[in-house]
Design a protein around this ligand. Sequence first.
Ligand SMILES: [Zn+2]
Length: 547
Amino acid sequence: MSDITIYPARKIITMNPARPEASHVAVRDGRILGAGTLEELEGWGAYDLDARFADKVLMPGMVEGHAHTMEGTLWGKVYVGYFDRMDPDGTVWPGLTSIDAVLARLTEAEAALRDPEAPLSAWQFDPIYMDNQRVNRAQLDAVSAKRPIGVLHASVHIMNVNTRALELAGLMRQGIEHPGIPLGEDGYPTGELKGPEVMGQVGAHVGYAQALTDCDEPGLRAFAKLCVRQGVTTVTDLAAGLSPEAVEMMLRVTGEVGFPARVVPLRYFMGLSPADLVAEVVRLRDMSTDRLRMGRIKVVADGSIQGFSARMRWPGYYNGAPNGMWYIAPEQMEEIYERALEAGVQIHTHTNGDQATELALEKMEAALARHPRRDHRFTLQHCQLADAAQFRKIAALGMCVNLFANHHFYWGDAHYNLTVGPERAERMNACRTALASGVPMAIHSDAPITPLAPLFTAWCAVNRLTASGRVQGEAERISVDEALYAVTLGAAYTLHLDGEVGSIETGKRADFAVLEEDPTTVDAMALKDVPVWGTVQGGRVFAAGDL
Ligand SMILES: [Zn+2]
C-alpha cells in the first residue's frame, strides 16, 4: 500500500482556470497532490489506483455558505412541509398541500407516540401556499387534547400550538396583551405564536426546548448525512449559540474519524456586549480544528420578506403592510462592526429588506473609516432586495454577498403578487448584477428554510423559475459555470477558505462531490436532477448509499 491514491474519473471539473478539466486526481494525507493525466501524476511516486469513480464525474466538494445544522434535529420531528423533501436517511417525504393533509399526518404521528405525556412536534408548515389559512388551537386539539402540540412554520418565526401547550406555559387565559399572541373572539389566545420571545416561552413544552437555532448531537450527525447526499463537504452553521457544552459536543462529533463534513459555525450576536462577543469569538477561533472552524460572527438586521418583518425602504410593501422589524439597534451594529474589524474577526450580516442592507452599508462605511482593514470580506447574507446602486456600494466597501437563490423558487410568486410587487420581485437575489458589479458572490439554501442541495440552488440561480413555473427576472440569470463557481469557490471565498477548498488543485483539501452525470453538459433545466453518489472529504470516501 502506498500513501498516494490516484482516482481516475470520467471527468474531473477542477474550477482551476489554468487546468479546468482532468482525468485523474492524486490524493495524499487527505490533500490533493495534483489533478491531471495518470502519466503526469505518476511523477509523484508509487501509488494505488482506485477505480471506483472511473464512471463518475468529480467536482470540488460543495460549500454551503448559509445553512443551519438544526435541520438535522428537526428531522427527529414530524415533517409537514408543502414540498416533497428527502430526510437524512434518504427517504422522500411527500409534501402536504392542504391543512387537512397536515392535520391527518399529525393525527397519524400522534397515534404512533407511546408515551402519553410526550409532546408532538412538527416543522416546515407553510400556510402561504394554502391561501394563508391559519390553524387554530381547536384544530390541533382535535389531534390531541391531552398531549402538547407545537407546529413550527417554515419561516421559523411562527408556531401553532394546542390548548394543552398553552396551559403548560401558563398562557391559557384571557386578557393577554402581546403583539406575538393573537387572541380569538373568546379572548383566549388562538394558539398562533409569533417571534422568538413568545415561542421560547412555549417551546420547552412542545419539544422545542433548545434555542431554535442550535442542533443537538443526533441532529449534527443527521445533518452530516444530508451533506453527503448533496455533495457538500464544507457547511456553515449560520447562527450558532456555541455554549461551552455545544462546543464540546461539536468538537467531539466532528473529530470522529467517520464524520464527513467541515462545519463552520458563526456565533450569533446575542447575550454579550460587542466587545465581549469579539473576545469570545477570538477564544473560540483558537480552539478550531480542521473540521470545526469557529471564529466568525453572525448579526441579524431584520426579519423576513414573506413574513413582512423585513425592513423596506420607500415605498414599502406592495400590499401596504407596515414596515418590518429591526432585530438590532443601529448603534449596536456600528459598534460590533468596529470591534470586529479591530480584532480581525469576520461578520456575516443577515439583511433581507433593502433598508436593512442600507443600514449595514452605512454602518460598515463608518466603521471602516475608523478601523480600515483590507480583505475583511464582511458578507451580507440574503441581501435579497439590494438594487444596483447598493451592489456598487457593496463592491466599494470590499464586502461579499451570499444571495438566497432558492427563495426565488419557493416564494417568488408571493413576492411578485403580494410582498414587493412585480418590479422588485424581478430583481430579487440579483446574481447577474452582483457579478457585474464585481461583488464576490455565493448562493445558498438557508436549510432548513429550504432544502440543502447546492445543485438545486445553482439550478435556481440559472433558471430563476418560481414554483408556479414562471421565469422571474430573466436579466438576473447566471450561467451554469457561474452558478457552480458560486457553490464552491464563491462560497469558500466568503469564509476565507478559498485557499483550502473549493477547487481541485495541488495543495488543497481532497474534498470532492461525486456525481453520476456532468452538471456542465446536462440541460440547464436538469441541473437539479444530477444524481449525487456521495463525497470525498479530506481524502475519506463517503457513499450516500452506505449511510
Ligand atoms: Zn439563516
